[in-house]
Design a protein around this ligand. Structure first.
Ligand SMILES: Nc1ncnc2c1ncn2[C@@H]1O[C@H](COP(=O)(O)OP(=O)(O)OP(=O)(O)O)[C@@H](O)[C@H]1O
Ligand SMILES: [Mg+2]
Length: 604
């Protein structure tokens, strides 16, 4: 049964087309992957598909009574409790709790949706989409912020999905396992590949080769024509001139360059890194008043380190990375950092960006006029002239993350810490990044759930499963995965061991970097009171944020600089205040949770 038929649709953005003349259909049983560079219009296409926006040209026909469930790249949740938000959407209520559990959100089932970090909200929204009774599932980057087990579960669930599926993802394993067709968006055109990820890669390589071959034939012919014309030119002066010009143009013109070149050696000015990098001795960390997240960690980071930190959500990976970075102090043990170390930290949230600021001003930190070198840097990171002048608020999800990555690399670190670097980045960017890291001379520590990325970038892993003491295992991701499978087969899966409840805010905490001095134990009622206050503050700031973002979007086209700047400045302040209020709420929630756990232990 045909679920959606898209015929010759077109969409554009101010000043440039995104895609045109795009046609394809999705039937029941189809699992269509959508791939293309960041900013090429994938999310826009999904919005057209679901009917959220009307195409500028062409038609979209949806089958009668076809029910669509969609997950946005940056989803919004209804107010209220997490569980209720999911149940409200579910065909069967019991499924809601089960799916939340699979996605690592069981501990927060009773939390208020307004309090969740971006990653947590995305997981809840995914649960909500999955439990809905739908004929067509439309998912935009569903694996962001999911840990390896949750991704594996999602993979199975999607592979067994009977309706139609349209999936935008940068996760190559997921694409490989799940999709039956791939729609590739490339410079405004759509190419459908009948088959999975491998068929797409083959088809694309073939197309590129064909284009290159056609181009070289064309040039050889033109060169011959030119030689012939030049030889005979004196006798036939009039007509040949135009022909000579035409042929010259062909010979001199360059074939359309590939959509992207690799990251050039621009940053091989990496400052020398001495032998002593970072050493962790008997390190432990606990949140004020809470149980230890981990203890007794011994870790020597080498100056050509390629290390991955793996484990489920909430096990403390970001916290350990913070300790390596010196962003926070261990509660026990010592962290020694070598004198030559220059840390570059690409975290889950990314540097705070001012949505009103232009991309070109962001790279200079806004402190000076961007010069040609900044422009070259941006260009090499695929921000063309148009994009350099665009306000950050208009960037797509992946473009924003790419800008943040550029800002980290541009500071020329020699120790690079990456926390879930692959989220939202497109597959081509990931490949280039992997290649870049391969040659990069510094030390690298990566937290990631992206198997393909881990396989290609790290040689050793530290496993943080919340059970065993985190320690280095040689052999990288593949070795760990094999070991895990074997364990499971023997029925000794690590999950059989008692697992500490994952703390609700691992993602957020990483960003805070500073901890409040440990308060004395507070009574449950005081805590409830404080939480309610923090809650109100978050709601108030959230509303202000929405209003400001709307105002900015409306004004974006106008040239009223002063107003834009003022709005942007206020938004920056509101976002910072909102972050702080959320942190406060999360810290209180953790304290309350710890208190409850402590209480339960005493009662036993
Ligand atoms: N309101 C807007 N006004 C102008 N341009 C916009 C607006 N919203 C998005 N864009 C631009 O449109 C382009 C396509 O955006 P879209 O979100 O569809 O890309 P995408 O393929 O989903 O990217 P990603 O892989 O990063 O998620 C981007 O370059 C973005 O900057
Ligand atoms: Mg998108």
């Amino acid at each position: 049964m045909i679920l959606v038929d898209v015929e010759r649709v077109a969409m554009s953005r101010p000043g440039r087309p995104l895609f045109a003349d795009l046609s394809f259909t999705v039937s029941s049983g189809d699992r269509l992957g959508v791939v293309g560079l960041n900013g090429c219009g994938k999310s826009t296409l999904l919005a057209v598909l679901t009917g959220e926006v009307e195409p500028e040209a062409g038609v979209v026909r949806r089958g009668r009574d076809v029910r669509i469930a969609a997950l946005a790249q940056r989803p919004e949740l209804p107010a209220g409790r997490v569980l209720a938000a999911v149940e409200g959407h579910a065909e069967q209520a019991w499924e809601a709790a089960a799916v939340l559990d699979h996605l690592g959100m069981a501990a927060l089932a009773d939390a208020d949706t307004g309090r969740l970090s971006g990653g947590q909200a995305k997981r809840v929204a995914l649960a909500r989409t999955l439990v809905a009774d739908s004929d067509l599932l439309v998912l935009d980057e569903p694996t962001n912020h999911l840990d390896i087990d949750a991704i594996a579960w999602l993979e199975e669930r999607l592979a067994a999905h009977r309706g139609g599926l349209v999936l935008v993802t940068h996760d190559r394993h997921l694409l490989d396992r799940v999709t039956t067709r791939v729609l590739e968006l490339d410079r405004g055109k759509g190419y459908v590949h009948d088959g999975g990820y491998d068929v797409y890669l083959e088809g694309r390589a073939e197309r590129e080769e064909r284009a290159a071959a056609a181009e070289s034939t064309r040039r050889i012919l033109a060169r011959k024509e030119l030689a012939w014309l030049r030889r005979g030119a004196p006798a036939r002066t009039r007509k040949p001139k135009a022909r000579i010009e035409a042929a010259t143009t062909i010979v001199e013109s360059r074939a359309e360059p590939p959509a992207r070149q690799g990251i050039p050696d621009l940053w091989f000015g990496t400052p020398r890194l001495g032998d002593k990098v970072v050493e962790l001795h008997d390190v432990g960390y606990a949140h004020p008043g809470g149980p230890p997240l981990f203890e007794g960690v011994e870790l020597l980071v080498d100056n050509r380190e390629r290390l991955g930190l793996v484990g489920p959500n909430g096990a403390g990976k970001s916290t350990l990375l913070d300790l390596v970075a010196g962003r926070r102090e261990p509660t026990t043990g010592t962290v020694v950092t070598g004198p030559t170390v220059r840390v570059g930290y690409y975290d889950q949230v990314g540097a705070a960006l001012d949505p009103a600021q232009r991309v070109r001003d962001a790279v200079t930190g806004g402190h000076r006029q961007p010069d040609w070198q900044d422009a070259a840097l941006l260009e090499s990171f695929w921000f063309d002239t148009d994009a350099q002048w665009a306000p950050i608020g208009l960037l797509s999800g992946g473009e924003r993350r790419r800008l943040q990555l550029l800002m980290v690399l541009a500071a020329k670190p020699n120790v690079l810490l990456l926390d879930e670097p692959t989220n939202d980045l497109d597959i081509d960017t990931l490949r280039v990044l992997e290649e870049f890291l391969d040659d990069w001379p510094g030390a690298l520590v990566v937290v990631s759930h992206d198997r393909a990325f881990l396989e290609r970038t790290v040689t050793d892993v530290v496993v943080m499963d919340g059970v065993a003491r985190p320690g280095r295992r040689a052999g990288g991701y593949a070795a760990w995965e094999t070991e895990r499978r074997a364990n499971r087969a023997r029925g000794r899966a690590t999950s059989a061991a008692p697992k500490p409840t994952p703390p609700p805010s691992s993602g957020r905490r990483a960003k805070a970097g500073t901890d409040q001095p440990a308060p004395g134990p507070r009574s449950p009622s005081t805590l409830r009171h404080l939480m309610k206050d923090a809650d109100k503050e978050v709601v108030r700031l959230g509303k202000r944020r929405v209003a400001l973002e709307q105002a900015l979007a409306e004004k974006a086209g106008t040239a009223d600089h002063t107003e834009l700047t003022a709005l942007g400045a206020e938004l920056t302040e509101v976002l910072a205040a909102l972050d702080a209020a959320e942190e406060r709420w999360l810290a209180l929630a953790e304290e309350a949770e710890d208190a409850a756990r402590e209480g339960a232990r005493h009662r036993r």
